[in-house]
Ligand binder design. Sequence first.
Ligand SMILES: Cc1ncc(COP(=O)(O)O)c(C=O)c1O
Length: 321
Amino acid sequence: MPVISDPVQFNENELYVDLRAALGLPLYLKCEGFNFAGSIKLKAATEMVDAAERDGLLRPGSVLVESSSGNLGVALSVLAASRGYRFLCVTDARCNQPTIRLMEALGSQVHVIQEPDVRGGFLGARMAYVAALCASDDRYVWLNQYTNQGNWKAHYRTTAPAIARRFPDLDVLFVGAGTTGTLMGCARWFWQWRRRVRIVAVDSVGSVSFGQAPGRRLIPGLGTSVPPALLDESYVDELIRVDETDAVLACRRLAARGFLFGGSTGTVVSGAGQWLADHGRAGLVSVAIAPDLGERYLDTVYREGWPADVTESEPAMARSA
Ligand SMILES: Cc1ncc(COP(=O)(O)O)c(C=O)c1O
């Protein structure tokens, strides 16, 4: 077992669940939630912070600021605490409470935007707040996960090659799309090194990422209300869109077999299940990425009656990455 002195030194990158036993699906689920930030976002956060330090952008006295609906905020909180920076996370009324408490426990400050802007929804309002803050004081450093090249490079360097090493005969890779950092990093790597692998993006119904109309979404991390700047659709072979009720069902079926994953894992598994039902064949090797685990979703995805009991007047959890 590894012995570490810095939280980013541990990040399980080799764990897969074979879903044949649990769900009867010929699909390997890559688990990205086993690290001190609890999600795949630790990879993007580390890449972006390392680059900012190398470029001299982050210096002693700098204050990191970022717009996040949760997992990146937690990952930056871990990094800021371990490296001695202050961190301000700008989120909105739909960020779940356990995530806000987690960031605060790690020493971060959290600013919650209460009102969406007319055009860009909550994400637009969050970005405008961060931009104004940075213009007011040059100690603020905004890494901007929506445009930062380190976001996808992290997965080009780590996630994709790890999958290719473990599954040299991989046929299909299913990746959920939020900022599209994970999707673009993996898609670019496989395009360059294993072009036969089909890249299937999974998005939520109600997300505008691939040009569809906006709609109500409640599961954070996956889907956007503003088109993702990092997305280059020419690397994506196919898109599957999943209704959130199907995502919740998939999560609960996994939980019934002892695997408590986050909401977006349900989305990706449900999308992969649809795809495999249509295109599956004997011997096909397929992998899906599970961005986090389920404990942050106990009051939502795993609560009896949710989401049917969330009314339009209640704040939804999140509509953006
Ligand atoms: C909870 C969660 N975090 C992170 C991600 C990764 O998203 P991206 O790299 O597209 O921002 C996803 C996407 O599935 C997610 O659902």
